[in-house]
Write a protein that binds this ligand. Structure first.
Ligand code: ATP
Ligand code: MG
Length: 505
């Protein structure tokens, strides 16, 4: 052998040794060889780290021991080798098993190796990408949640805007009815017409109210509520609502925590759920309303879970994602408007909670409202207002002239003298000039100061002056948070009278 040949031989040996050291030393990848039948013929430190076997334990074994039992039973290992042979490469992400029996999510590549045209074995590269996969799944879940909340935000903007305008119209219609009623006297045809208008207005008001709740723009009066007591009080109404073939059961855990909600909204949500349950059981069945405390999960808020469960048709998987959308209904025209669950959704979220659905086709549905626990404050005594005639001067702050005219009419019917101004600034001037006994102000108004700003200012400079706010909806109404009472538009004369009577003086 010439000197040159000897040198070449040494170089080759050196480079092979380097290569082996490299392969053996790579710890992030399992890099190893199989013979044509799948028996493991080499092993590296990465293989040991990822799969847990020492070289002596695994060399000579069949590589199918890395697969799950199900994959083995399905002949997946040999299929992988066949594909690598036929297509020149096999790639896959899937579950693999470690020596200790635990699973990991693997990224696998198998390459066939030929020498002089003959298959001598396979090179196998495996990476543990469990963490990457988990991160990916988490990201996907977050994306989905974001898309969901964006959808509800967009729908909320739209419906909220429409419903708000509608509410002002309804306010004018219902308010003018009182004036008309007085004028028509006893003509039965006119009275019938008026009562038809009244009925339609009420229905319109309840629809817009559901929409506003969905949009989370209903002005709310949250108060501390004993869930079990409320549900119990509604039992009779609910019982008569579900009809004869359906029976209603209550299943209240003792000691259910109080929650902070708007009572009217709460009752509407419960009715919506019970009516849905009834409609899902045309042939009869059982509705169970339950309430229990839910210990903290990952977040440390404590919840009260209120469920309405039925033994009805269940909800098809392709429908499930849409049931909270406004106007989504599977009921025939005239039967459902598709606003019931939208109201439930909006109510729960506005109260700081959420809604969960569990449903199985042919078995039934359980819808659960989760509301955050409220520490019981000293039970605020409920003043049962009496409808009495009022007296004194009311300062009405309202920018819409038609609404103002209606409100003035109602206040005058209640016996008040009314001064009307169109802005908070004008209100402040008026209060300096005249003797005012009560301020009744819209919340949303043009100008620098809105109704809430006005109320806060007056509370500071005229602490004794009673203030009642009103709103069809408003984002600012959410900020009021019980600082000032709010009367929800559209309101009727007795509601206005009660709200004034309840004002702290
Ligand atoms: N308990 C239930 N069982 C089976 N399907 C239900 C149940 N609750 C709701 N759904 C489905 O969800 C849809 C939407 O319900 P949602 O209460 O929002 O509207 P609706 O009941 O159709 O009409 P509305 O309540 O406005 O009168 C229903 O049409 C129905 O297909
Ligand atoms: Mg419904």
């Amino acid at each position: 052998m010439s000197k040159k040949d000897q040198q070449q031989q040494r170089d080759l040996f050196e480079s092979q040794r380097n290569f082996r050291l490299l392969v053996e030393g790579v710890s992030d990848y399992a890099l190893y060889m199989l013979d044509p039948a799948g028996i493991i013929t080499s092993w590296n430190i990465g293989g040991q780290r990822i799969k847990g076997y020492a070289p002596a334990e695994i060399i000579g074994q069949h590589f199918s021991c890395f697969y799950t039992e199900v994959d083995r039973a399905n002949g997946k290992p040999l299929r992988a080798l066949r594909i690598a042979r036929e297509q020149g490469r096999y790639e896959e992400d899937g579950w693999r098993v470690r020596k200790d029996g635990t699973f990991f999510w693997a990224s696998v590549v198998i390459d066939p190796i030929y020498e002089d045209g003959e298959l001598v074995g396979f090179a196998k590269i495996t990476r543990d990408i469990t963490e990457r996969r988990e991160a990916q799944l988490k990201l996907e879940r977050m994306h989905q949640q974001l898309a969901e909340s964006q959808k509800f935000d967009a729908l909320g903007q739209l419906t909220g805007g429409v419903a708000h305008d509608f509410n002002n119209l309804l306010m004018i219609v219902s308010g003018s009815l009182h004036t008309l009623k007085k004028a028509v006297g006893h003509d039965p045809r006119c009275l019938r017409a008026l009562s038809a208008i009244e009925g339609a207005t009420k229905r319109g008001a309840s629809l817009t109210s559901q929409l506003l709740t969905f949009a989370r723009r209903q002005s709310v009066n949250p108060q501390v509520v004993d869930v079990a007591e409320r549900i119990d009080a509604m039992r009779e109404v609910l019982d008569s609502g579900v009809g004869n073939v359906v029976s209603l059961q209550l299943d209240m855990d003792p000691g259910v925590w109080p929650v902070m909600v708007d009572v009217t909204e709460f009752e509407t949500a419960l009715v919506n759920l019970v009516i849905n349950a009834r409609d899902a059981m045309p042939g009869g069945g059982v509705i169970t309303i339950s309430a229990r405390n839910e210990a903290p999960g990952e977040a440390d808020t404590e919840y009260v879970a209120i469920s309405v469960e039925d033994t009805g048709t269940g909800i098809a998987p392709d429908v499930l994602g849409k049931i909270f959308d406004p106007f989504f209904t599977t009921k025939p025209i005239g039967k459902g408007t598709g606003l019931g669950l939208s109201q439930v959704h909006g109510f729960a979220h506005q109260a700081g909670g959420t809604v969960k659905v569990a449903s199985e086709l042919g078995k039934g549905t359980k819808i659960t409202i989760l509301l955050p626990r409220k520490e019981a404050a000293d039970a605020a005594e409920d003043v049962d207002a009496v409808e009495t005639g009022g007296s004194g001067t009311v300062l009405l702050v309202e920018d819409n002239p038609d609404v103002a005219a209606v409100s003035t009419g109602l206040l005058e019917q209640l016996g008040y003298t009314v001064r009307r101004v169109a802005s908070a600034e004008a209100a402040l001037r008026e209060i300096e000039l005249d003797r005012i006994d009560l301020v009744f102000s819209d919340i949303v108004m043009p100008g620098k100061m809105d109704g809430l700003g006005l109320a806060r200012h007056l509370k500071a400079v005229r602490p004794g002056l009673p203030i009642l706010l009103t709103s069809g909806y408003s984002d600012s109404a959410r900020n009021v948070r019980g600082d000032f009472p709010i009367l929800r538009k559209p309101y009727e004369i007795h509601e206005l009278s009660q709200a004034i009577a309840k004002l702290p003086r």
